[in-house]
Design a protein around this ligand. Structure first.
Ligand SMILES: *Cc1c(COP(=O)(O)O)cnc(C)c1O
Length: 504
């Protein structure tokens, strides 16, 4: 399996060659040359597999330069019931991503109903969308309580393996507004050959998120709080990475959301969720995905391309609706940082979706010249419009629909789920659930991806429910632990100096 760039100007690479890097040399993103297909026999055989077993089957189709036994070991060590601790009664610990039923499907409530009249779309009463239940797929039972752990835990093992085979080391430099940084740090802690330098905006993360990151006492993890916004952190990372000499000398690497292995690892739970919500492979399901950088739903798109019977991919945004706008109008109009709203689902506060180029590459029939032309506009602050191109009519084949949600919607959704099910959901999951309800169709199970636990966003839970979110026992008193963080001005040189002084 070779990997090619969406802009067509980089030599095809092996998996291990692109694992540690970010962008391709021509500025594009890597994708597999072709998407491996899943046969009906494979789909049938995979249905009963535990998470790690399923992950191995899927990863084997994309990775051919790591020996099978080694890959098996890396995967099994990533997806253990010790690392992903769900407490869902009736679910196997090895499930890793348990499915919670919000509203049962018809076959679960009224088995073998002879004939049912289908309620019109969007108007069905609770529990009465025929045949199609409403589910939450829990992706947030990892060490940092957000779905980023699903990919990052595997990435840590893959990095350590490839670096040790090559006798290399890497210094990961990243910027985070919360979830990515902690997921990367918990995945890379104690890993040989890896140091992490993580920039975060000083004083802007929640107390819980700060405690998660800054209380880590690991010799290979360095937290840097920048006196500025998330965008300032991002700009510093870009400036350092653009200094080719510095980057080469200090072996600067990235784990941001364009990393191919992160997208790859996320494909697995679409299969897992499908099997959990269906009884036979003749059924189709829809997935609702709270989206920011398009990494999560990009994995769903690839699962669909591999042959997973997906009916619709429901993309949900918050007030930062650049992706919703595209799927409704065919116009992709990235906003400037100053036009990005700070919302109560902060991990979706993006104005430019960094993985979107991967989808557009497929949409335009994998014509790299077209992608180059479109991104020549995007990269210079412009937009593009696919109306009046042949691509707009192909959009339907990819099964995307979209919607958006506001702060008031989040509060209402969190309240309704609490009142109806005694279940607390986080703000990002609430965005997806709101749009999922609008997009449900008769007979099709709808699986909402649950991307974080409410404890990470306590302020909004307080606002919605008037009480504090539930907190997993391991996190009791985490805010009181000693914290280690270097605070500095938004200054590229200061960050470089810090890296240099901690690399010896
Ligand atoms: C990162 C994140 C998202 C957005 O995922 P993308 O892959 O960027 O689209 C949604 N919810 C939570 C909780 C996240 O951490």
């Amino acid at each position: 399996m070779k990997y090619i760039s969406t802009r067509g100007g980089a030599a095809p690479q092996n998996f291990s060659d692109i694992l540690l890097g970010g962008l391709a040399s021509d500025g594009g993103l890597y994708l597999p040359e072709t998407y491996p297909q899943v046969s009906a026999a494979e789909l049938a055989a995979w249905r009963e597999l535990p998470y790690a077993g399923l992950a191995l089957r899927i990863l084997e189709k994309f990775i051919d330069d790591i020996p099978g036994d080694t890959l098996k070991d890396l995967v099994e060590r990533a997806y253990t019931a010790h690392t992903f601790r769900h407490t869902r009664p009736g679910c196997d610990a090895a499930d890793i991503t348990p499915l919670t039923t919000l509203e049962p499907g018809l076959q679960e409530t009224r088995r073998a109903a002879p004939s049912v009249s289908l309620p019109p779309r969007g108007e069905a009463e609770r529990g009465e969308v025929c045949g199609g239940g409403l589910y939450l797929l829990e992706l947030s039972n990892g060490p940092t309580l957000a779905f980023k752990d699903m990919a990052m835990q595997l990435l840590g093992n893959l990095f350590e393996h490839v670096l040790s085979v090559r006798g290399e080391t890497i210094n990961i430099l990243g910027a985070t507004s919360g979830d990515t940084g902690s997921a990367a740090e918990y995945a890379m802690r104690g890993k040989h050959g890896v140091r992490v330098f993580m920039l975060s905006p000083h004083g802007l993360m929640s107390a819980f998120q700060r405690a998660q990151m800054y209380s880590l006492q690991e010799p290979n993890i360095f937290n840097i709080a920048i006196e500025g916004m998330f965008d300032d952190c991002q700009d510093i990372v870009k400036a350092v990475s653009n200094d080719a000499a510095f980057k080469a000398q200090y072996k600067i690497g990235a784990v941001n959301s364009i990393n191919w292995a992160r997208v790859l690892a996320q494909i697995v739970y679409y299969f897992k969720g499908y099997f959990a919500a269906t009884r036979s492979n003749d059924e189709r399901v829809s997935f609702a995905v709270p989206s920011g950088n398009f990494g999560n739903i990009c994995a769903g798109h690839i699962a669909h391309q591999m042959g997973l019977p997906i009916h619709r991919l429901v993309l949900a945004t918050n007030e930062n609706d650049v992706l919703d706008e595209f799927f409704r109008t065919g116009v992709y109009r990235p906003r400037g940082a100053s036009d990005t709203w700070v919302t109560s689902s902060p991990s979706m506060d993006i104005s430019k979706a960094s993985n979107f180029e991967r989808f557009v590459f497929d949409l335009v029939g994998r014509d790299a010249a077209v992608v180059r032309e479109l991104w020549a506009k995007v990269d210079t602050g412009g937009s593009f419009d696919l109306n009046d191109t042949p691509y707009i009519s192909r959009l339907a084949d990819f099964r995307f629909v979209s919607g958006k949600s506001t702060h008031a919607d989040r509060l209402a959704t969190i309240r309704a789920v609490w009142q109806q099910h005694r279940l607390m959901i986080d703000t990002h999951t609430a965005d997806a659930l709101k749009v999922a309800r609008e997009q449900r169709e008769a007979g099709i199970p709808m699986i909402v991806l649950e991307t974080a636990q409410p404890v990470k966003f306590a302020e909004t839970i307080q606002e919605a429910l008037g009480c504090d979110p539930q907190r997993p026992a391991d996190f009791d008193g985490i805010e009181k632990l000693p914290q280690q963080v270097a605070v500095m001005k938004a200054d590229v040189q200061a960050v470089k100096d810090f890296i240099v002084s901690h690399c010896t």
